[in-house]
Each structure stands twice: as structure tokens, then as C-alpha cells.
Design a protein around this ligand. Structure first.
Ligand SMILES: C[S@@+](CC[C@H](N)C(=O)[O-])C[C@H]1O[C@@H](n2cnc3c(N)ncnc32)[C@H](O)[C@@H]1O
Length: 265
């Protein structure tokens, strides 16, 4: 059976059958006109798996942002962290970025799926294991202009490691920016994050101080904060729900084009 087939053969045992029945290919369209998309990206998903084998709403929103901001992505080096099914990174590759897709080095099935989606879409991206807070030799060779991360803030125990890797990459490529979408599932953490971002981290918010603490600890600041639904076309917005925000984050000491034009006050 071809690896992209979703229908299992009759001989396969029940477990294998149920695994494959949960596999599907979703198509995601990008373009300025609804009836005339410029291109589509196909994604292999496995509904049985958590996290990395499913296209999360944050990923759809970040991918659309990449498409709408495509002039920034053309010809630049992009690294996607916790890429999972990799929709934003694949859109970046489609609009001309030199893309490295990364995910947890221990999640082999996720990394294999990333290679398969590149093949399926005929896109040449590097795929590498990058576990947050772990410095393999290959990490030192990454000099991204833009770092992407969709729905990577979901497990608070991993936040510090994620910030450590992110800050390393931002420092390894002066002038770079982290563009992330996050889903406000735990109200208190992300209201806190939003307030911290909006006030450039001078605000002490009540309740959890984890995000504020980590942003200050790692010397980061937000230069743009958007409601994820504010730029989403109605046909995509109608299929999604939740409180999802998009933030652009840079090193606090850095002045970039974004900082001078669009600092959120
Ligand atoms: C909620 S999923 C989001 C996946 C994808 N970005 C999306 O939005 O569809 C979180 C992703 O982070 C990855 N991840 C979790 N912990 C990680 C770690 N310690 N290092 C690297 N990646 C990690 C998971 O494998 C998963 O792909």
C-alpha cells in the first residue's frame, strides 16, 4: 500500500486497521480570491495521535499570516519550532523561504510525517530533530531570519526550554523575529501573556507570573500582537473557534523594522 493511502487492506489486523482509518489528508488553500486560490498544501494527519500529527487551529492561522506577509518570507531562512504537521513552514517554502522544519528529536513518527508531507507537496525543506533546551551540533548551524511556532505554548513545564532554544536562535541570527500563534486554553496563563506582551513586560499581572518571568529572564519583547481571527478570511474563520493570538517577538535590545513601525503599546 502506498504510504499516502488512507484505506487499509482487508488482510491487515484490527489494530493496524484502526490506525490507518484515522489517517487522512487535509487540503489547505491560499490565495487572495476565494474562488481562485494561488496554491494548496496537502497535509497527512492522524486523528488518533495527539499533538504533532494533527493540524491545530494555531497552525491554520499562522499559515494564513505567512501567506499574507509573503513579501517578508521570500528568499529568507525560516525555522519552524514544534512544527508537527508543518503547515506554516510549508507555506513559507511555497512562497520562497529556505525552510527547516523541526520537532522533538524523540518523536520519530512526527519527523517521518514531516518528510512525507514535504514529499507529498513536492517541497524541499530540511527536516531535523530539535528538542527545546537541547543543543545538538546541528542547532548551531541554524541562522533563521524568521522563526515560526504554532501552538507551541501548551505545556507550561516546557516553556523555559522553549524560551532557551528560541533565545539561542534569535541571538544566532541578529535581527531575527519569532512569529507565534497561541491558543488561550488556560485563561490565566495567556491573559497574563497578552498583558505582558502589550505592556512590553512592565506590567505586573495578577495570578500566574510564569510567562512574564520567562520573557524578562530571556530578554525578549513583543513587537506585534494580533487577534488571530482579525486577518483570517471568513471561510477559514468559520471552521475554527477559540481565543487565538498571534505575536511577533524579538530580543529586547534589538530595533527592527517591525519595532519602529508597529510596537504595540
Ligand atoms: C500542539 S502541537 C502543535 C503542532 C503544530 N505546530 C500545529 O500547530 O499544528 C505541539 C508541537 O510541539 C512539539 N513539541 C512538544 N514538546 C517539544 C519539545 N520539548 N521539543 C520540541 N518540540 C516539542 C510536539 O511534538 C508538537 O508537534
Amino acid at each position: 500500500m502506498n504510504k499516502f493511502d488512507a484505506v487499509p487492506s482487508e488482510e491487515e489486523d484490527d489494530d493496524e486497521n484502526s490506525d490507518k482509518c484515522m489517517s487522512t489528508i487535509s487540503r489547505h488553500f491560499f490565495g487572495d480570491e476565494l474562488d481562485k486560490p494561488s496554491f494548496s498544501i496537502s497535509i497527512l494527519e492522524n486523528m488518533k495521535e495527539e499533538y504533532g500529527l494533527f493540524v491545530w487551529p494555531c497552525s491554520i492561522i499562522l499559515a494564513e499570516y505567512v501567506w499574507q506577509q509573503r513579501f517578508r518570507f521570500s528568499g529568507v531562512s525560516v525555522v519552524e519550532l514544534g512544527a508537527g504537521t508543518s503547515l506554516p513552514g510549508l507555506v513559507a517554502a511555497k512562497v520562497g523561504s529556505d525552510v527547516t522544519l523541526t520537532d522533538d528529536s524523540d518523536r520519530i513518527e512526527v519527523l517521518e510525517n514531516m518528510k512525507s508531507v514535504c514529499e507529498l507537496n513536492k517541497l524541499k525543506c530540511e527536516v531535523m530533530g530539535l528538542t527545546w533546551g537541547v543543543w545538538d551540533a546541528s542547532v548551531f548551524n541554524l541562522h533563521p531570519k524568521i522563526i515560526l511556532g504554532a501552538d507551541v505554548f501548551y505545556d507550561t513545564s516546557a516553556f523555559d526550554d522553549l524560551f532557551a532554544s528560541l533565545t539561542f536562535l534569535l541571538k544566532n541570527s541578529p535581527g531575527s523575529v519569532f512569529i507565534t500563534t497561541y491558543h488561550n486554553r488556560r485563561y490565566s496563563y495567556f491573559v497574563c501573556l497578552s498583558q505582558v506582551l502589550i505592556k512590553n513586560f512592565h506590567l505586573m499581572c495578577s495570578g500566574h507570573h510564569l510567562i512574564e518571568f520567562l520573557m524578562v529572564k530571556w530578554g525578549l519583547k513583543c513587537v506585534k500582537l494580533l487577534d488571530g481571527f482579525s486577518f483570517l478570511p471568513p471561510d477559514k474563520a468559520s471552521g475554527l473557534s477559540g481565543n487565538i493570538q498571534l505575536a511577533e517577538i524579538v530580543l529586547s535590545g534589538e530595533l527592527t523594522e517591525e519595532t519602529s513601525s508597529s510596537v504595540v503599546r
